[in-house]
Design a protein around this ligand. Sequence first.
Ligand SMILES: C[S@@+](CC[C@H](N)C(=O)[O-])C[C@H]1O[C@@H](n2cnc3c(N)ncnc32)[C@H](O)[C@@H]1O
Length: 208
Amino acid sequence: MKTGPFRPFETTWEDWVLGGGLLFAFEDPSLPLEVEIGPGDDDFLLEQAEEYPDRNWLGIEYSRKRVRRTVRRIERRLGTPGNLRLVWRPAADVVGRFLTPGKVRRYHVYFPDPWPKKHHHRYRLLSPAFLTDVRDSLCEGGEVRFCTDHLEYGQETLQAFAEAGGWENGLPAPGYEILEPGDRLTVFETRWREEGRTIHRLLFRRST
Ligand SMILES: C[S@@+](CC[C@H](N)C(=O)[O-])C[C@H]1O[C@@H](n2cnc3c(N)ncnc32)[C@H](O)[C@@H]1O
């Protein structure tokens, strides 16, 4: 099912394949692509698509109701932008299959669920296997921007990057930094700052 130019509720692997790939969902597939994994109910993606019309913006979100809400906000605010698309899918289904090799300029991963209980760790997004797909999907100089309120998860994510290999840490030791509140906070950043939590930022680049 499609709504307008967005493809939020689709099972469109066939569409993508027959249509020449996921990038052809965009009006101009040749623009540099930035991807947010797990936009949730936050408007970062909308704002970026509006501010940077010379780039394509893809949101990958596995909560159907959040995708629907985001589509409504996009339609209200931007109408039918040619440079913004949402995919209702787990990120692991999309990245390796549709964004490799070297299709993505930058990933934004803000406050992914930390799954703090040991027996839930397998649900975490940034496993070494997934990071290998992410690396292969990045073009030269491509990078991942990641924020979390959960220090242990941040540290384990550092290890996952090291284990995956093929990454350069963009930050000096200890490999992450404390993020001071900026002008714009995501929905979850606002929530965690109100609780007094410290926000950690990671930055990794594909090594050449
Ligand atoms: C804690 S929320 C953060 C939302 C937003 N980035 C923010 O900072 O306010 C995490 C979001 O990631 C989505 N998510 C978690 N794992 C995902 C996956 N494997 N693929 C796609 N979306 C995922 C969840 O459904 C949720 O909307």
